[in-house]
Design a protein around this ligand. Structure first.
Ligand SMILES: Nc1ncnc2c1ncn2[C@@H]1O[C@H](COP(=O)(O)OP(=O)(O)O)[C@@H](O)[C@H]1O
Ligand SMILES: [Mg+2]
Length: 408
């Protein structure tokens, strides 16, 4: 063997029958190509030929090898280039797919999700804005929009119905009030008419009523007029439009007007009403008409709670709770059956009623009116079989401004 090799001399004369290249040569026995590992261990591509011109019997082969790395360098470069290109194309395709997906799917799902969230959050005007879209998601969005539209319409109808009910409750209350007021006016009017009869009787020609009769008559006229004035006052404050108008208020006067308004209803059911207010109670700031409605609603409930049991007692009370910056407390207490503990939270809910003819909105109106008064709060305390107290706290307008309130 005579290879060209960096250390060619070292190989001359060596037996290499076992070497892979030699095996290939012996296999081919002529011309050909082969891949194999050279004597030096380097993998090569070989071209082989048998040198037939050789005179002697032994066979001589010529093998020319190029290392694989050199031979394949070009195609390897092409492979790498192609792989890089392929990678770039793949990344490009992914980006394009993402952009398309974003346009077609993500944007729509996001619009749907956002609209769903807004709707769930109470914004009934929430729409997806995908009405013209013809894809499957577009259909879904359209169904969603239709559903939201229906929900919005229902809510509007409900609000209209509730407002109607509030109006009719107000009208019913006014109706009750008018009946009560008419009845209340009958008393002082008959007193006046009776007194006039007596006076006429004593005023024959040349005769005059005695001083005592005149004095007594005047006192009764005055009392009747005062009584009628208070009744009218109660009616006019109750029917005023609901535009809040905070003014300094004398709670004693307000509670007395409330008792006047309810006097007829109470007497009809043998319920007595008393007002307890200390003479020098500080004033509070609030809307007179709203507070009047609050007290009339609470007192009406108190009377209605005791219609079955004669001898009930409603107390309208106001006092200054002690401590500095003391809030003023107004209470409406009854000796009725009380409210079951599990119903206590329910009573404020609109339309909750335990009465056959009830609307269940009296207390919800009370609560919303109290919430409109700055610094006011209302609580309820009830013991079954003993009675109920609704307690309204309000801040006083300052100890120096004292209401000239006389106990009744
Ligand atoms: N003073 C009270 N004593 C007992 N139950 C009361 C009293 N006030 C309110 N309630 C209960 O609260 C419910 C709701 O009252 P309200 O909102 O005024 O509606 P309505 O008077 O039309 O029933 C009443 O039906 C009644 O069960
Ligand atoms: Mg009521």
């Amino acid at each position: 063997m005579s290879p060209y090799h960096p250390q060619g001399d070292a190989w001359v004369g060596r037996q290499v029958a076992d070497a892979p290249l030699a095996k290939v040569m012996l296999e081919k026995r002529g011309e050909g190509t082969a891949t194999g590992v050279g004597l030096d261990g380097v993998p090569r591509l070989y071209g082989l030929t048998r040198l037939s011109a050789t005179p002697d019997a032994s066979e001589v082969y010529l093998a020319v090898g190029i290392p694989r790395s050199v031979a394949l360098a070009g195609s390897n470069r092409a492979l790498v280039r192609n792989l890089v290109l392929l990678g770039l194309v793949a990344v490009g395709a992914l980006v394009a797919a993402r952009v398309v997906a974003e346009r077609l799917v993500l944007r729509r799902t996001e619009a749907l999700t956002a609209a769903t969230k807004r709707l769930a959050g109470g914004d009934l005007g929430a729409r997806t804005g995908l009405a013209g879209d013809d894809s499957e998601l577009g259909h879904l969005a359209r169904s969603f929009d239709e559903m939201a539209e229906a929900v919005e319409q229902r809510a509007a109808e409900r609000a209209r119905a509730a407002a109607e009910l509030v109006r009719s409750e107000r009208m019913a209350a006014l109706g009750r009030l008018a009946a009560g007021v008419a009845h209340e006016l009958r008393n002082p009017l008959s007193v006046i008419a009776g007194r006039i009869e007596i006076l006429k009787h004593q005023m024959a020609p040349g005769q005059a009523p005695t001083f005592a009769v005149l004095t007594r008559s005047l006192a009764q006229f005055e009392e009747a007029a005062e009584r009628m004035r208070r009744i009218m006052e109660g009616l006019s404050t109750y029917s005023k439009p609901a535009k809040p108008d905070p003014t300094p208020l004398d709670l004693g006067e307000l509670l007395r007007a409330t008792s006047e308004v309810l006097a007829y209803e109470a007497r009809k059911h043998q319920v007595s009403i008393s007002v307890q207010v200390p003479p020098m109670l500080p004033q509070v700031v609030g809307d007179r008409s709203a507070l009047m409605q609050v007290f009339v609603n609470l007192a009406t409930n108190a009377v209605q709670a005791m219609v079955e049991t004669a001898g009930g007692q409603v107390t309208l009370k106001a006092y200054e709770s002690d401590g500095s910056g003391s809030p003023i407390v107004a209470e409406v207490t009854d000796t009725g059956p009380g409210i079951a503990p599990d119903a206590l939270a329910q009573i404020w809910v609109p339309f909750y009623t335990t009465k056959a003819e009830g609307t269940g909105i009296g207390l919800s109106i009370v609560r919303s009116l109290v919430e409109q008064q700055p610094g006011a709060a209302i609580t309820v305390e009830s013991r079954q079989g003993a009675g109920t107290t609704f307690r309204l706290t309000m801040s006083a307008i300052g100890a120096d401004v004292l209401a000239r309130s006389s106990a009744s």
